[in-house]
Design a protein around this ligand. Sequence first.
Ligand code: SF4
Length: 283
Amino acid sequence: MSSQLVEDPDQKQTRDKNKLHKRLRRETGKAIADFNMIEDGDRVMVCISGGKDSLTMLDILMNLQKRAPIDFELLAVNLDQKQPGFPEEVLPAYFESIDVDYTILEEDTYSLVTDMVPQGKTYCGWCSRFRRGILYKFAKQHGYNKIALGHHRDDIVATLFLNLFHGGKLKAMPPKLLSDDGANVVIRPLAYCREKDIERYAKLMGMPIIPCDLCGSQDNLQRQVIKEMLLTWDRQFPGRVETIFRAVTDVVPSHLADVSLFDFDKLGSERIILRSPPKIRRL
Ligand code: SF4
C-alpha cells in the first residue's frame, strides 16, 4: 500500500473529533430548537459535575453561543460537595483555559449524606437531592432563568425503563421541565446525543474528567442493571436504543389505556353520532 494512503494518526484523531463535534452540535441545536430550550436574553446556568456529559455540554453550548442568531448568557457552576479526594483545582483551571464565566460553590453535603444514610446503602439519592436544592437556589437568587443539565439520550431511555420496571409508570426524563416550585426551567440540551459519542468526544478533547465515585458510593444498582441491559441490546441489536428513544417522542395516547390522556368515553359517542341518519330537510 502506498504510504500516501495511510492516514496519519493525528490527522485521523482531528477528523474524528471534528466529525463528533459536528454531530453533537447538530443534535444539541435540534433539541434546543424542538423544545424551545434557549431564547433571546436567557441567562443559562450550566451545571458542571466534572463528568464527561456536563463538560461536553458546556463545550457545545459555548460553540452554539458564538453562532446563534440570539444572545444568551452562560455561567458554568460547579458544586464542590467535599467528597474526599475531590481535585478542587481541576475545574477552575479548565474554566480559565476555555475562557468561560464560572462559579464554584462549596457545601459539605458529603458529611450530611454519610451521617444520614445507613452503611452499605447508596448515597446517590440524597447526594443528588442536596445538590439539586443548592444549585436551584443559586440560580433563583442570581437570576439564572434556565438550568442546563448534562443528561443525554441514554439517560432518558434508562429512566424510561427504571420507571417502567420499578415505578409502574410510563415516563422518562423530559428534555425541558419546570422545577417543582415553578422558579426555574430545567433544560437538557444533550437529550438527542448518544452517550458513546459524548464519551469519545470528551476523551478526544482531553477534557479533565473527574469520576463521580470519589465518595466510594455506587450509582443506584437498578440503574446499573438497566444500563447493562441497554449496552447488551446495543451490541446485539444495533439501533434498538434509537428506536426506543423515537418511541418516547412519538406517543399514541389512543393506543394506551390512560383515561386521563385520551377520552375513551367520547370515542363511543362519536361513533353513534357518525352512524346517526342524516337529517331530512323539508323544503
Ligand atoms: S457517586 Fe457519590 S458523588 Fe456521585 S452522585 Fe453518588 S453519592 Fe454523589
